[in-house]
Design a protein around this ligand. Structure first.
Ligand SMILES: Nc1ncnc2c1ncn2[C@@H]1O[C@H](COP(=O)(O)OP(=O)(O)OP(=O)(O)O)[C@@H](O)[C@H]1O
Ligand SMILES: [Mg+2]
Length: 300
């Protein structure tokens, strides 16, 4: 079992058509055919959208993505049009709204990895490959790879795991030309972002992008970019291959959910419980710290 513990009702705004309630973002279309993306404070873990929001999380994700889109603008066109809150929308949408191009999304999660961990490590341990790409012997959890690799995945529905796929599979699904472009763009953007993060004492271990085609058939980067939800950021000063790395994300949430304190059994067919205030506060602080360290500007 998985999904939303409590699925939120979409907000009705005159002039906007509700399209989709994602795990974190709500999507609407405005009268001009633009997409209005509203990042909520929802947080997901273990394939569940938890019942407890993390205050400011949606604003952190929105502002951090906007900052990154600007850093990357000379490498890849992005989907952002404005951050104006549509007329008649709740005041709470301020800071969490991105008005963007309504892209025809490519159904591939474009992952770049510079370090080995997570599902990459699982495949490596079994086959010495990641997404079918051969890697050298002797790598451990947290090892830097000889060079960054493109490790695409197929996008799953809420409650399902994304599945790693080979480059050939991407080419079958999208066509050879788009697949080549996705790989090239993903690695170019990863390389730039890794260098920027490194200057700020943060390792960008891996990250996921989503691309889509605009009305002119141009490949554009969309969704959120380089946030703690879409990326693994590790503090560089405590990086030590051979063990799981501390990271700027949901670690407090995962640790608490799997601890006896939560009383929750991940393997049982029951939704996770609400988070205690302390876990909420620690998690909020982690997201804010990631924003502040990466952008070099204070949150408020
Ligand atoms: N410019 C865009 N045009 C069209 N769709 C977009 C654009 N940018 C992002 N999207 C889509 O908006 C949705 C954002 O929702 P959200 O990330 O909250 O949920 P999700 O993708 O269902 O879950 P998760 O990201 O956790 O797997 C995604 O389906 C994404 O593909
Ligand atoms: Mg998403």
């Amino acid at each position: 079992m998985s999904g939303f513990v409590e699925k939120p009702e979409p907000v009705q705004v005159p002039g906007l058509v509700h399209l989709h309630t994602g795990k974190v973002r709500d999507l609407y279309r405005d009268a001009e055919g633009r997409l209005v993306m509203v990042a909520s404070d929802r947080i997901s873990a273990y394939d569940w959208v938890l019942p407890t929001p993390i205050p400011d999380k949606g604003r952190v994700l929105t502002r951090l993505s906007l900052w990154w889109f600007e850093q990357l603008a000379d490498i890849v066109p992005h989907h952002v049009i404005s951050t104006d809150v549509p007329e008649g929308a709740p005041a709470d949408w301020e800071g969490r709204t991105t008005v963007c191009l309504d892209l025809s999304m490519v159904p591939v999660e474009c992952v770049a990895r510079g370090y080995l961990t997570g599902s990459g490590l699982v495949e490596y341990d079994a086959h010495r490959t990641v997404c079918g790409l051969a890697l050298p012997e002797g790598l451990v959890d947290g090892s830097e790879l000889p060079a960054p690799i493109f490790t695409p995945a197929t996008k799953a529905e809420v409650g399902e795991h994304d599945e790693n796929v080979s480059y050939e599979e991407v080419a079958r699904r999208t066509g050879a030309e788009t697949a080549a472009e996705l790989r090239q763009q993903t690695l170019a953007v990863y390389g730039r972002a890794r260098d920027i993060a490194r200057e700020r004492g943060i390792i960008l271990a891996d990250t996921k992008f989503e691309f889509g085609h605009d009305a002119d058939g141009r490949l554009v980067i969309g969704d959120e970019v380089l946030t703690p939800d879409s990326s693994r950021f590790w503090p560089a000063d405590s990086w030590e291959p051979g063990r799981p790395q501390p990271s700027f994300d949901k670690q407090f949430v995962r640790d608490w959910l799997t601890s006896p304190a939560s009383g929750w059994d991940r393997t049982a067919e029951v939704p996770p419980p609400p988070l205690p205030d302390e876990v909420v506060e620690q998690t909020r602080a982690r997201y804010v710290e990631a924003y502040e360290r990466l952008t070099g500007t204070p949150w408020q």
